[in-house]
Design a binder for this molecule. Structure first.
Ligand SMILES: Nc1ncnc2c1ncn2[C@@H]1O[C@H](COP(=O)(O)OP(=O)(O)O)[C@@H](O)[C@H]1O
Ligand SMILES: [Mg+2]
Length: 316
């Protein structure tokens, strides 16, 4: 016999043990029935709650799966875009290099034969072609950075050489703008383990900005090494006395294709890629850039790089 029923029958016995009272039995059975009903209702409610929770969990899982799929699709589209840009850049650069090479030859001939009017036309072609080549190279670099394919080649080199080469590059533009160039380097024999080509690219980007946005002013480049708890660092600060930036402009300019404002593009040209690329390269070289600026007073760009990169890499 069922244990519960047995207990109930025992409880329903008359106090003198002389059998079972019908009323008491009926009451006990009714009570048990009601309790049973209440239990069933509670179980039904619990089941409903569980079913709701389960379907909510399923919906969350479905959303996560579709997000994951969307992410994979976006990533592969991004990769396809980067590959397309890399291929296109190559196809564009080859004929452009031919245009530049032939124009340089035409310029030499025009100079030799004293053809002044043609000379300035040729120079215009050369400037435009070089500008286009710069843009293509920048877009290519950005797509390489985005797809994680920018090559970094670490070697030991003298910092002074890279710094003075970059300075020599912007000297004509600074002279044309009436701007003085000052280099403060305590020890130009100082060596560094990093990527000299990429360092040079960063320096040229920062220096060309400083010179481009400064007329009749001063551009100062200061170099020093710094030992920190996290390692050996190499700092370059380029300060100019040029047009500067408002806080709103400053907040934008490290994003790709962003320039201070629309008038900058009209007046100074450019694409707004230089600082983005510089920052990404600096990060790949174990550092970063920090830009500070005051509108109408000038700008200072600090480039910090690890000075001992191979150790960083092997430690990683
Ligand atoms: N030294 C500077 N002085 C004033 N503005 C600057 C300076 N450097 C950068 N900027 C601002 O940041 C923008 C982005 O710079 P960059 O990424 O090098 O692009 P680009 O030189 O092609 O315009 C510039 O268009 C300019 O508005
Ligand atoms: Mg620039």
């Amino acid at each position: 016999m069922h244990r519960l029923l047995k207990r109930q029958l025992n409880q329903a016995r008359n106090p003198d043990g002389s059998g079972v009272s019908y009323e008491r039995l009926l009451k006990l059975v009714n009570d048990a029935y009601r309790e049973n009903e209440a239990n069933r209702a509670r179980a039904d409610r619990a089941n409903e709650v569980m079913a709701d929770e389960l379907s909510e969990m399923l919906a969350i899982k479905e959303r996560a799966t579709s997000l994951e799929t969307a992410k994979r699709v976006a990533e592969s589209a991004n990769l396809a875009k980067s590959q397309f840009i890399a291929n296109m850049s190559h196809e564009l650069r080859t004929p452009l290099n031919a245009i530049i090479g032939y124009t340089e030859m035409l310029i030499e001939e025009a100079v030799a034969e004293g053809r002044e009017r043609q000379l300035s036309d040729h120079e215009n072609i050369l400037r435009s072609a070089q500008g286009l080549l710069r843009l293509i190279n920048e877009v290519l670099d950005l797509s390489k950075i985005e797809s994680g394919k920018l090559n970094i080649e670490i070697e030991e080199f003298h910092v002074g050489e890279v710094v003075f080469d970059a300075i020599a590059d912007v000297r004509p533009a600074a002279a044309a703008n009436g701007t003085e160039l000052i280099v403060e380097i305590a020890d130009s024999d100082m060596t560094l383990r990093s990527d000299p080509y990429r360092l040079s690219q960063c320096l040229r980007n920062l220096l060309s900005n400083a010179v481009k946005f400064t007329a009749d002013g001063r551009v100062t480049l200061r170099v020093w090494r710094e030992e920190q708890a996290s390692g050996s660092f190499f700092n370059i600060v380029i300060t100019d006395t040029g047009i500067g930036m408002s806080p709103e402009q400053l907040a934008r300019v490290l994003s790709p294709f962003e320039q201070g404002d629309g008038s900058i593009t009209r007046k100074y040209g450019g694409t707004g890629l230089g600082l983005t690329i510089t920052q990404q390269i600096a990060r790949l070289l174990g550092g970063d850039i920090i830009i500070e600026s005051e509108l109408n007073h000038g700008t200072s760009a600090k480039l910090m790089l690890r000075a001992d990169l191979d150790r960083l890499r092997s430690a990683a």
